[in-house]
Ligand binder design. Sequence first.
Ligand SMILES: Cc1cc2nc3c(=O)[nH]c(=O)nc-3n(C[C@H](O)[C@H](O)[C@H](O)COP(=O)(O)OP(=O)(O)OC[C@H]3O[C@@H](n4cnc5c(N)ncnc54)[C@H](O)[C@@H]3O)c2cc1C
Length: 225
Amino acid sequence: MFSKVLCRLVPRTLSCIQRRTTPSLALPSRKLSIQASDLGVHNERAIGPVDVLSSEEQMLKDTVAKVAAEKVLPLVSKMDSESEMDPSVIQAMFDNGLMGVEIEAEYGGTDSSFFASILVIEELAKVDPSVSVMCDVHNTLINNIFRKYASQELKEKYLPQLATNMLGSFCLSEVESGSDAFAMKTAAVQKGDSFILNGTKMWISNSAEAGVFIVFANANPAAVS
Ligand SMILES: Cc1cc2nc3c(=O)[nH]c(=O)nc-3n(C[C@H](O)[C@H](O)[C@H](O)COP(=O)(O)OP(=O)(O)OC[C@H]3O[C@@H](n4cnc5c(N)ncnc54)[C@H](O)[C@@H]3O)c2cc1C
């Protein structure tokens, strides 16, 4: 099943990955005295043992488990055999507020914490790892790049859509460089007010369904040679 799951994530590129099982993840309990704000983390819970949830967190976990059981589970086999994400699953993620977990309320998001994102991603992964990665890339990469680094104009344009109906795609990896951003070959050449991108990306989740793409390219190749 794992190979089919990966094919659905990146349908055109991963056709020959061997079937294998995913190792279970055992996280140790942590007791830290620092607060998330010390680390510059937005609207975060105090960092405590990861296996002790507040009542709100437990409620979120239960809600996501219910959504996953009702909206995702019935479609897992079909999506795997077709190597495609069902549009109703993406819609269900948006309808239940699972795609704007950390996006501020003023932009229509859930205005919750990074830890809440992890709870959502973990619960979804129990039912379908592909749906979980779709949600993970969207929340922790795309949304957070817009939240932290976009201009006010771009935030106002994209965050309300990212919270409610537009899937995002994060385009870094390339066939020769993998995730090593310093070795990527895609170039960005400025022409007037625009940049012309020239290159090829690989293993890009959400690429078939996304409405916005963050594409990594090098505008100054001499700086890394
Ligand atoms: C399910 C799935 C979904 C994916 N979705 C996306 C996506 O949405 N967007 C995307 O861009 N890619 C995506 N990828 C691709 C992924 O991020 C990797 O690029 C790809 O798996 C291959 O990268 P790699 O061979 O460099 O291996 P990696 O596992 O990325 O790297 C190999 C090792 O090198 C280390 N390393 C990497 N760069 C450096 C460096 N500069 N200095 C020192 N050490 C370094 C890493 O820490 C790692 O230990 C996805 C992959 C999978 C399996």
